[in-house]
Write a protein that binds this ligand. Structure first.
Ligand SMILES: Nc1ncnc2c1ncn2[C@@H]1O[C@H](COP(=O)(O)OP(=O)(O)OP(=O)(O)O)[C@@H](O)[C@H]1O
Ligand SMILES: [Mg+2]
Length: 465
């Protein structure tokens, strides 16, 4: 692709020449891009044009739009995600690559994602969720150690509902399980723990755990001492609690049927842990974005995902799950011929908020490894200094649209630019770009006059196009 940026300011002012400047990712070390500027400096305006060039070049484009303002790109199809629209993607679909995909990887991925965006996922809840996920896959005949079982078809909510109503269980196994399957499986397990389902021994065991916790508490209090009276009272309570434990244990053993009753309890820990694990899933489900209801993009190559109605946490989870799927798809298509040409672009508005310090976070993986598969990561941001250094030093093109002088020292240090560079950047009139080319250790920053009907130089730049 080739995107017209404007005219070289140096040639325009010093030499009275019109020298057009282009963004050509194929000539850079990678197709990643950072567009940075404070509010009102034209990030959205520039981004739209940049993306229109990508669309015109026939690239696939996924735009993650947190302000619902980028749907005007020519030829784009937009989809709003909200509880009302109910569009979403099934997070249980698998990458089928035997080396990089599969059940365990997806389970780890989902758990890490949950951990990274929600507070305090305890180790017991995590273990419980892991078992729920693994068992839900197993119910569909999808096994961690058998890559042949990872291939299933995509199902949507309506299809699933119809098949469940018609009790077509064996046909359902042809499709990936969904969050609904996971939750109804979890609810069944919870039922078993609470009322024993059709098995009394399991509920007796849960009662035994409760009675034992009470006994331990009493013994702790006894050990801490107190008056003779208190200790005598505690001693009696301890005896009572012990008797209760023995009773529950007896009931557990007497009601055993399969001998495997303990398995479920060990896996799912306790009613409390399973309940709080289920609450996490409810949270995911409430967002709507993980319902098996793919948005109606059809075969549109330019897809605008409108995320304004979601919470910040939901936005991050949604984008990362999509990024993973997009990266998997690009990898399946194989390396590009030149190793630098672009096939697909992902545009992240407020891009800094998706980055983290974790090296295996999908966004860092894409920043590092996506070039050869033709995937470009384009980020617009008001806070360029909040990107990790690895991205800032590796990004193929950086465009500064105007940074507040308060952040100049940080920007100079992190973006390796001079104060002059920042000084000559004039919002909506002159942008400053750096193109990282092969074999060029520290390329210079260039000033470019951008098209703008509001000033004479801008008119010249617009006319040139
Ligand atoms: N080169 C330009 N020519 C004409 N108008 C422009 C140009 N660049 C930006 N504008 C206009 O300036 C206004 C602010 O630009 P824009 O909305 O792109 O800023 P922004 O950096 O995205 O701001 P925010 O961070 O608040 O979203 C808009 O009305 C936009 O149309
Ligand atoms: Mg904007």
């Amino acid at each position: 692709m080739r995107h017209y940026l404007g005219l070289s300011e140096y040639h325009f002012r010093q030499k009275k020449q019109n020298l057009p400047q282009f963004y050509e990712p194929g000539r850079l070390i990678n197709g990643h891009l950072l567009l940075a500027g404070m509010s009102g400096t034209g990030k959205s305006w520039q981004s739209m044009r940049w993306m229109e060039s990508a669309a015109q070049a026939g690239l696939e484009l996924d735009v993650f739009d947190v302000h619902d303002e980028l749907d005007g790109i020519a030829g784009a199809t937009a989809c709003r995600y909200s509880q009302a629209t109910g569009y979403g993607f099934n997070p249980l679909e698998l990458d089928t690559d035997p080396h990089t995909g599969g059940v365990n990887r997806q389970v780890d991925y989902l758990l890490n994602l949950l951990k990274s965006v929600t507070r305090q996922l305890g180790s017991k809840q995590e273990a419980c969720l892991r078992h729920l996920l693994q068992d839900t896959y197993a119910m569909s005949g999808i096994w961690p150690d058998n890559a042949n079982s990872w291939q299933r078809d995509r199902i949507n909510e309506t299809q699933r509902r119809q098949m469940v109503e018609a009790r077509q269980w064996s046909q359902l196994r042809q499709f990936y399980p969904t969050l609904d399957d996971l939750m109804s499986f979890g609810r069944r397990k919870l039922q078993v723990l609470v009322i024993g389902g059709d098995n009394k021994s399991v509920s007796a065991l849960d009662q035994l755990q409760k009675a034992f916790r009470r006994l331990s508490g009493l013994q702790g209090r006894f050990a801490r001492g107190g008056s003779d009276d208190e200790r005598e009272k505690l001693q009696k309570q301890i005896e009572g609690a012990k008797t209760q434990c023995v009773g529950q244990y007896t009931e557990f053993v007497e009601n055993m049927q399969s001998g495997r009753e303990l398995d479920d309890v060990l896996k799912y820990d306790s009613v409390d842990v399973l309940t709080s694990a289920m609450q996490r899933l409810e949270l995911l489900n409430a967002a709507g974005i993980f319902r098996a209801n793919p948005p109606p993009f059809g075969d549109s190559k330019v897809r605008v995902h409108q995320l304004k109605s979601l919470t910040a946490e939901q936005q991050v989870m949604f984008v990362k799950l999509r990024l993973q799927a997009i990266f998997d798809r690009c990898k399946r298509a194989g390396a590009t011929r030149s190793g630098t040409e672009l096939r697909q672009v992902v545009f992240l508005d407020e891009g800094h908020k998706y980055f983290s310090k974790e090296p295996d976070d999908i966004i860092n993986v894409i920043a590092k490894e996506a070039r050869k598969f033709g995937l470009g990561l384009w980020c617009a941001s008001q806070s360029p200094t909040e990107f990790p250094e690895a991205f800032l030093t590796n990004v193929g093109a950086t465009a500064l649209l105007g940074i507040h002088s308060r952040y100049w020292p940080d920007a100079q240090r992190m973006l390796r630019c001079s104060e002059d560079t920042l000084h000559y950047t004039k919002p909506k009139e002159v942008i400053t770009v750096k193109f990282q080319r092969e074999g060029q250790a520290d390329p210079p920053w260039q000033n470019i006059i951008v098209p703008n009907p509001g000033n004479p130089a801008g008119v010249a730049a617009a006319g040139f196009r």
